[in-house]
Design a protein around this ligand. Structure first.
Ligand SMILES: [Zn+2]
Ligand SMILES: [Zn+2]
Length: 393
């Protein structure tokens, strides 16, 4: 064990220390957090995985589940609304210089962690140390650095290491989505910063990664280099890692396949989904039509029934009115009949009275005639003797 401040000299020792430790941190981020925990392209032996988790706790204080969730969401929404750290959405310098704040903001979103953080370590040490005592690791590291380099230099080295990880993330998330070249015409704006993935352990080949996120190998062209993939091959050589999936074909061939399989698949998938949706809507429309038609028919039947009843009612009313009319007519006819009979009787009586009066008048005339005859006879009788006497005289 070196004594207090033993590594402070010569000057290149702390520099080398920072570079080596920073590189180790980058290895743990890309190999464990990114290629293994997030995308599952490679699986490490438990011991290797634990070492990497421990190292990340010591040097970054990042929680696996948080990093994984934020990064998975980044893939799900690359450069669109919902991307936790897109220079296109948030602005280039915001992400390059302050990306860690966007990362922190995203890790406070419990729903995001729940939805995208599945399958991450959940053992005792994860729960009770790495998640609960997040910053104890980096504090321990600060103490170690102060011991090795003295307080001032130690804090300087430690600060360099602490900002190492955010730098890595910001560079990839900012520059890797804004500057560089593209091998694959992915839907997002991802770019390969430069073809030699050494400084951030292969993460420079960010467009290659977005084209085929599950691949543990980020390299796509002969002249590209991914040191992360070299480390994975070394570890698997010693049976410390299992490659689950790594792209084996070249960029051009893969691009052709990417378009044939993924794009064509996604187009045909969209078509399938659209036709399924159409089918569903057709079924819904048919059901709706059926229901509307049934309702209309019921309504029609109902109206028809009401009409039928109304017609029957009118018919009955009409019938009753006619009956009442008939009865009134019969009544009127009977009254008329009676009136006529009465008039006839009256006439008969009057006629009889008239005849009676005529007969009486006739009899009176007869009697008067007889009286006149009698009177005339008497007068003649009286006149006759006188005449005879005159003649005698
Ligand atoms: Zn990205
Ligand atoms: Zn990724």
């Amino acid at each position: 064990m070196p004594g207090y401040g033993a590594l402070a000299h010569p000057w290149w020792v702390p520099v080398l220390y920072l570079l080596v430790l920073g590189h180790l941190t980058n290895i743990c981020v890309t190999l464990y957090l990114h290629r293994s925990a997030t995308h599952g392209g490679v699986k490490f032996r438990p011991l290797v995985e634990h070492v990497m988790r421990f190292w990340l706790w010591l040097t970054t204080g990042m929680v696996t589940r948080e990093w994984v969730a934020v990064h998975r969401k980044h893939h799900a929404f690359s450069d669109r609304e919902g991307d936790p750290h897109s220079p296109l959405v948030e602005g280039f310098w915001w992400i390059v210089l302050g990306g860690v704040f966007f990362y922190r903001r995203a890790t406070r979103d419990a729903e995001l962690l729940d939805k995208y953080g599945k399958g991450c370590p959940d053992d005792w040490v994860e729960r009770n140390v790495y998640t609960r005592l997040t910053f104890f690791g980096v504090v321990g590291m600060a103490l170690l650095d102060m011991y090795l380099f003295g307080v001032v230099l130690g804090l300087l080295v430690w600060t360099g290491m602490i900002i190492w990880m955010p730098m890595l993330g910001n560079v990839i998330n900012g520059i890797g989505h804004a500057l560089g070249y593209r091998n694959f015409d992915t839907k997002d704006e991802s770019r390969n910063i430069y073809p030699f993935g050494f400084w951030v352990v292969g993460e420079e080949l960010h467009n290659n990664h977005h084209a085929d996120p599950r691949s543990a190998n980020f390299r796509a062209r002969v002249w590209e280099f991914d040191i992360g993939w070299v480390y994975i091959k070394l570890l698997s050589l010693f049976k410390l890692a299992d490659v689950i999936y790594a792209r084996t074909i070249g960029a051009q061939e893969f691009a052709a396949k990417y378009y044939r399989d993924i794009v064509v698949d996604s187009v045909s998938g969209s078509l399938d989904r659209a036709s399924a949706e159409l089918q569903r809507r057709k079924v819904v429309a048919a059901a709706t039509f059926e229901r509307v038609w049934r309702d209309a028919r019921n309504e029609l039947d109902h109206v028809r029934g009401r009409l039928e009843r109304a017609r029957a009612d009118v018919h009955e009313e009409l019938e009753q009115a006619r009956m009442r009319l008939d009865a009134a007519r019969d009544q009127a006819r009977a009254v008329l009949e009676r009136a006529r009979a009465d008039a006839y009787d009256e006439f008969e009586q009057a006629w009889a009275l008239l005849e009676h009066a005529r007969d009486q008048a006739r009899a009176a005339i007869e009697r008067a005639k007889d009286k006149v005859g009698e009177t005339v006879g008497e007068a003649a009788a009286r006149i006759q003797p006188a005449k005879s006497a005159g003649a005698g005289a």
